[in-house]
Ligand binder design. Structure first.
Ligand SMILES: [Zn+2]
Ligand SMILES: [Zn+2]
Ligand SMILES: [Zn+2]
Length: 457
């Protein structure tokens, strides 16, 4: 009996010591459940999850949990080149939604294709397709008057000649300073000008001063070079000749009136750029835009004799050489020309309204000097005032009768009458009369007729 009593007491003690008799036969933590919702959560509010013992349902652990929205995407509209695409993202739990736009990035230009070859008597036709969607987004007539026909140029006596040795005349437009007007240096603008004017050359005004290449900071220098390269590549693709114009003029810094001020920079620049394009035959190098002030022809010669060899290391391309008095002093040139170079031309600049006399150009050419009008306008030399068509027509006659090339100032919407685009124009491509100033319209009509755009079928 005593033996049984001890057992009963022990059993009772054991039973009293346990709050759950089932603990006797299992370990709750070995039977722990997955996390389950105790207070269900929504996407915006906290909830509580617990785990329990799967045998006795005892709560073993708990945690606060927040839930993210869980979105699924549905495409509402496929993106095209010109129309934004759109998707809606909806939360599978709460239905909240938002839209995402896939912005159209426009057509991507592919190479220019010739659909119809231009001849000497007929217009050709070119097109540009979109590389993404294949549509033709530009189609335009062209005259075969540029590099693709005339090739590498050279100077024969006093004349510019093409690859066949025939007299050849360049006519075109110059940009304004590309540190200010780089927005005009793009495919659509340059193509549109060529399409509407029929020009065969473009000049890029690469300023030395006025926050330009020599006086600007590193980021200006970098972006000017990028713009210049971009312009050259576009012009080349379009079959245009290009003038790289070292545009020293000293408008704000008197030292910049003399090309010797930035001689080192010029040597470095022309070494670089002529090396870079040494395999391209459509580039002309204008080594000094408009020396002025006290600058003498001797200064210009000294400068030219340093810079020309930098280019000649790489190419025998045409080099255009400026002279004193804003490049209007051919008399000094004639008294003491440069010696020992091929393919050199002397530049002359005029603004017909206050620069009526053509005698210097006539005299120089008639005496056998190769002359190139790398910049001109028919307004005043400050780039403003009325267009003098009377003086201008006389200049045209003198130049055309001598096959002298010319490049008009300027492609921009800058203030003054010398820019072709209206001051308030925002469309860089529209070269309709509505978007052009008097000068732009005048040039366009003149050049269209000259190129054959107006006359050819
Ligand atoms: Zn349990
Ligand atoms: Zn939600
Ligand atoms: Zn497209």
């Amino acid at each position: 009996m005593k033996k049984y009593l001890t057992f009963i007491i022990l059993l009772l003690l054991f039973v009293v010591g346990c709050d759950n008799p089932k603990d006797v036969d299992h370990d709750c933590f070995l039977n722990q459940s997955e996390w389950i919702d105790k207070i269900p959560f929504t996407c915006s509010e906290e909830g509580i999850q617990i785990t329990i013992c799967k045998v006795c349902n005892k709560e073993l652990d708990s945690r606060v949990i927040t839930k993210e929205h869980e979105y699924v995407e549905k495409l509402l509209r496929e993106r095209t080149c010109l129309i934004d695409g759109q998707s809606i993202f909806t939360c599978i739990h709460c239905g909240e939604y938002y839209y995402v736009n896939d912005y159209a990035i426009g057509h991507i230009r592919s190479d220019i294709e010739i659909i119809k070859e231009a001849t000497d008597t007929t217009l050709g036709k070119k097109q540009v397709k979109c590389a993404t969607c294949g549509i033709i987004y530009k189609e335009f007539g062209y005259v075969n008057n540029g590099y693709h026909k005339n090739g590498k140029l050279s100077v024969k006596g006093r004349d510019l000649v093409n690859q066949f040795g025939e007299k050849y005349q360049l006519f075109g437009l110059s940009t304004h300073g590309i540190q200010w007007f780089s927005r005009y240096v793009n495919f659509d603008t340059i193509c549109s000008i060529q399409e509407n004017f029929g020009n065969n050359i473009i000049r890029f005004a690469f300023y030395t001063d006025e926050a330009g290449y020599c006086s600007g900071n590193v980021s200006i220098q970098k972006s000017m070079l990028e713009t210049l390269h971009r312009g050259i590549e576009i012009a080349t693709e379009l079959g245009l000749y290009v003038i790289v114009d070292w545009h020293m003029v000293g408008a704000t810094n008197p030292l910049d009136k003399n090309p010797l001020t930035y001689l080192d920079e010029a040597k470095e620049f022309f070494s670089y750029i002529s090396e870079y394009y040494k395999d391209q035959d459509n580039i002309l190098y204008e080594i000094m835009n408009e020396p002025n002030g006290k600058t003498t022809w001797d200064d210009c010669k000294k400068y030219a004799n340093e810079v020309i060899p930098c280019i000649r290391k790489n190419t025998d391309a045409i080099i255009l050489v400026g002279n004193p008095r804003w490049t209007a002093d051919l008399n000094s040139v004639m008294n003491s020309p440069l010696v020992g170079y091929e393919n050199i031309m002397y530049t002359y600049h005029f603004y017909a309204a206050d620069h009526r006399r053509t005698t210097q150009v006539e005299n120089a050419y008639d005496a056998g000097f190769p002359v190139f009008i790398s910049e001109f306008g028919f307004m005043n030399s400050d780039g403003d005032g009325n267009i003098s068509t009377t003086n201008g027509e006389n200049w045209k006659k003198v130049l055309d009768s001598r096959n002298i090339s010319y490049v008009a100032w300027n492609i921009s919407n800058s203030k003054g009458s010398a820019s072709i685009f209206k001051h308030n124009s925002v469309d860089l491509v529209d070269v309709s009369d509505a978007n052009l100033k008097t000068w732009g319209i005048y040039l366009k009509n003149w050049y269209r007729t000259k190129s054959g755009l107006n006359n050819l079928e």
